[in-house]
Structures are given as structure tokens and as C-alpha cells.
Design a protein around this ligand. Structure first.
Ligand SMILES: Nc1ncnc2c1ncn2[C@@H]1O[C@H](COP(=O)(O)OP(=O)(O)O)[C@@H](O)[C@H]1O
Ligand SMILES: [Mg+2]
Length: 231
């Protein structure tokens, strides 16, 4: 990937410290990353190495101590909070280890939610789009089911459909398959591979599973506060 291809995400010399009284914890020291369209990047690293902190910064959910982050050409630090929220809503999606689906709503309603919050789309358009995504993750037959009636893998697939329903340029996943058995985890990763091409979506995925990480375009290891390309 060369710099001439438009970056979906770019960060330079990113650093983050947490101050706890007299103690200063330097979690990220010098993180540099360039992610292009449809690229799938894995981030591995031991527990406490700063993977979640990194995703939070890249998504604009926390502020870096220093360094620069650009999302789809926009520099986060230069934006007001409201504008950052809009950028997040328009360009980014999220999937976490625990699906965070709303228990009282059906799969279809959960997937519809990000579009309902946008207020500028008709109910018919929202339903069509949500059904398209549920179909893409192989769960159209489960549209009327609530999260409790779905398996762990199915719930994560619904969470992926929900993350993609707004057609984001980039989806962050924080150990999305950490809770699944290896077989199901493999299926969820396979799905991500095909969706990244179908919807031109880039993925930054934190995972513990080196085998799954290896199936992505590039693998980085977060170590001593910096990202190292894993050969
Ligand atoms: N808000 C915070 N305040 C203080 N320390 C934090 C905060 N968030 C994370 N940390 C610390 O930063 C380090 C990295 O945490 P985290 O990013 O969650 O690691 P990982 O996701 O790789 O397990 C840990 O030592 C954690 O305790
Ligand atoms: Mg974490």
C-alpha cells in the first residue's frame, strides 16, 4: 500500500499517557499507521499493551497526548466534538467482544438502529438496507429473533451487520471473536474478509488469535508502545 492511495486512516507519532497521581503510564509512545480502502489490518499484542486504548484514540473516543490522526482526510484534533461525532457516524463502525445488542429488540431492529438515529432515511429504506445487511451476514431467516434466541456467533454476525449498515469506510473491532469457539471465530473472520471487498470497508481488528490475524492483509504487534509490522 503506497501513500498515493487515499488513506482511510492515518496516524503519525501517536502517543498516550495516563497520569495516576505521581505515576505516569506511557501506554502508546510512537504509533504510526496507514490504512487504505478495503484493507484489513490485524493488531495483536499482550493484554495491557494498549490495543483498546489505540482503537479509542483512532476512533476519536479519547484524546492522544500527542501525535496526529486523520480519518478519511479529516484531522481529528482540528474538529469540534459535534463534527467528530458526525464523522464517526458517517465513516466509522464498531464491533466489540461482547455484542452490545439491545436485548429487547429483534435482529432486524438492532441492525436498523444506526440508521434510525440518522433521522434522514425513510422507514422503508432503513428496513431494506437492514435486510440487505442481515442477508449479507447469512441471517435473514433470523431477522425476527431477539439476541437471547441467537447463538454467540450469530449475535456477533448481527453486530457486524449493524456496524456495516451505515456503509462506513472503516470498522474497528476489539476482540470480536474472543468469546467464540475457534470454528465460529473462523466463520466470523471469513465473513469479514468477503464484506471488506463487497462494501469497500477497511477493518482494524484486535485479536488474540494469531492464526486468524494471519488471514488479514497485514499484522501489527503492539509492543512497548509502538506498532511493529509482523513479518
Ligand atoms: N482510562 C485509563 N486510565 C488509566 N489507565 C488506563 C486507562 N485506560 C487504560 N489504562 C491502562 O493502559 C494500559 C493499556 O490498556 P488497554 O488499552 O486496555 O490494553 P489492551 O486492550 O491491550 O489489553 C493498561 O495498563 C491499562 O490499565
Ligand atoms: Mg483491550
Amino acid at each position: 500500500m503506497t501513500e498515493s492511495i487515499k488513506a482511510v486512516l492515518e496516524c503519525k507519532a501517536l502517543a498516550k499517557s495516563f497520569e495516576e497521581g505521581p505515576e505516569k503510564l506511557e501506554v502508546l509512545k510512537d504509533v504510526n499507521l496507514f490504512v487504505g480502502p478495503s484493507e484489513r489490518v490485524a493488531v495483536v499484542g499482550s493484554s495491557g499493551s494498549g490495543k483498546t486504548t489505540l482503537l479509542q484514540l483512532l476512533a476519536g473516543l479519547d484524546h492522544p497526548s500527542s501525535g496526529e490522526i486523520r480519518v478519511c482526510g479529516h484531522e481529528l484534533a482540528a474538529m469540534k466534538d459535534a463534527h467528530q461525532n458526525e464523522l464517526r457516524n458517517r465513516h466509522l463502525g464498531f464491533v466489540y467482544q461482547f455484542h452490545h445488542l439491545l436485548p429487547e429488540f429483534t435482529a432486524l431492529e438492532n441492525v436498523s438502529m444506526p440508521l434510525l438515529l440518522r433521522k434522514n432515511t425513510s422507514i422503508k429504506q432503513i428496513k431494506d438496507k437492514a435486510e440487505e445487511l442481515l442477508d449479507a451476514v447469512g441471517l435473514i431467516a433470523r431477522a425476527r429473533h431477539k439476541p437471547a434466541e441467537l447463538s454467540g456467533g450469530e449475535r456477533q454476525r448481527v453486530a457486524i451487520a449493524r456496524a456495516l449498515v451505515t456503509e462506513p469506510d472503516l470498522v474497528f473491532m476489539d476482540e470480536p471473536t474472543g468469546n467464540l469457539d475457534p470454528n465460529t471465530a473462523e466463520k466470523v473472520h471469513g465473513l469479514m474478509q468477503s464484506l471488506s471487498q463487497e462494501f469497500t470497508t477497511s477493518f482494524i481488528v484486535v485479536t488474540h488469535d494469531m492464526r486468524l490475524a494471519r488471514q488479514m492483509d497485514r499484522v501489527f504487534r503492539l509492543e512497548s508502545g509502538t506498532l511493529i509490522l509482523d513479518p
